[in-house]
Design a protein around this ligand. Structure first.
Ligand code: PMV
Length: 346
């Protein structure tokens, strides 16, 4: 106790997506998913300390205090409580977290945020947990976070047990396996999404007519994509990525009332990438969209300029580039003043 710990975790982009839970509380998915952990261009750094000198749990995100308990509280913080119980610690915590990218920019911050929080809290509590266990705990805070515990190419096995003990992520190849791969993120809108992924996927599971066939498809696609990654078969990889994104957005549209996360600019990017691949007579780039309008364009470093040229004239689009990341790491530069027990700079 009274040990401060700081971890940096990075975001991930799912190539075969998780969209729908079979257990809402434990966050157990209907299908397995596969992602690339991104590099530190999209990261969250989190410091945490547990101490008897702290009189209530406190969490600061980008310098601003967040609600830790009661209505409107940040639900993801329950992962800290699970770890605290596991360590049989009663003390309150002070945590501070900063994102390297705009939180409201529609980019997934929950994956890196929850992963960094779980890693820092487990370390501060001196819990010696295997990555598999850390992945399970991160999953209970935010599904996609279980994949950010690992670097490189990561598969989240859906599992079948009711207690979720077989639903965790694992690395299928590390970041050195295919370093040519990059994610060009086209920021189309900086606005917060209207419907959270949590609410959107719940509604989809409840009433999309097409949902069961998505689950069946995605489960097979994960196996095929893992094979394409192993063989570094970009043609196949790109095809599977685009089909899966389209498929997920199709079940979103198919739910009632319908949900749209993509907008006209997103769709324009889809057309541009299709044209680019058609002109090249092979797939050199693949688009994929999460629960928002921003495009992630997966390509290889050598084709980056062609992709940029293809979308250059679309107005209002800003690009962020990220490579394949090595995974989370510990940091000695804390965001909390451990003597005064306040976040630095606040
Ligand atoms: O884990 P959440 O609640 O952030 O949901 C993630 C959902 C998608 O980003 C759309 C897909 C995925 O697998 O990351």
């Amino acid at each position: 106790m009274d040990k401060i710990s700081t971890w940096i975790a990075t975001s991930n982009i799912a190539l075969i997506k998780y969209w729908g839970k079979r257990d809402e509380r434990l966050i157990l998915p209907h299908n397995s998913s596969l992602s690339i952990t991104l590099d530190e261009n999209l990261s969250t750094k989190t410091s945490i300390i547990f101490s008897d000198k702290i009189d209530k749990d406190m969490f600061y995100l980008n310098g601003k205090p967040e609600l830790v308990s009661g209505e409107g509280a940040n639900e993801r913080l329950k992962v800290v409580d699970s770890l605290r119980k596991m360590a049989k610690v009663k003390a309150h915590f002070l945590a501070a977290s900063v994102n390297s990218f705009p939180t409201a920019g529609g980019l997934a911050s929950s994956a890196s945020g929850v992963a960094a929080l779980v890693l820092a809290a487990a370390d501060a509590l001196d819990l010696d947990l295997a990555k598999k266990e850390l992945s399970i705990i991160a999953r209970s805070g935010s599904g996609s976070a279980c994949r950010s515990i690992f670097g490189g190419f990561v598969k989240w096995n859906r599992g079948s047990k009711e207690d979720g003990s077989d639903s965790f992520a694992e690395q299928i190849a590390d970041h050195r396996h295919w370093p040519e791969i990059i994610d060009l993120i086209a920021i189309v809108s900086e606005k917060e999404k209207k419907i959270s992924s949590r609410a959107g996927m719940k509604q989809t599971v409840e009433n999309s007519i097409l949902y069961s066939s998505r689950v069946e498809y995605a489960e097979k696609a994960v196996v095929e994509l893992a094979e394409a990654i192993k063989k570094k078969d970009f043609e196949r990889l790109a095809y599977l990525i685009m089909r899966d994104s389209n498929n997920m957005h199709a079940v979103m549209l198919d739910t009632w009332p319908p949900i749209f996360y993509m907008n006209d600019v997103s769709r324009e990017i889809v057309y541009r990438i299709n044209d680019l691949n058609a002109n090249e007579n092979r797939n050199i780039a693949a688009y994929t969209f999460d629960a928002g309008p921003n495009a992630h364009i997966i390509t290889r470093k050598g084709d980056k300029n062609k992709v940029i040229d293809a979308i250059r004239d679309i107005e209002g689009v800003r690009l962020i580039e990220a490579g394949v990341g090595a995974g989370p790491k510990v940091s000695k530069e804390h965001l909390i003043d451990e003597h005064r027990l306040v976040p630095i700079g606040v």
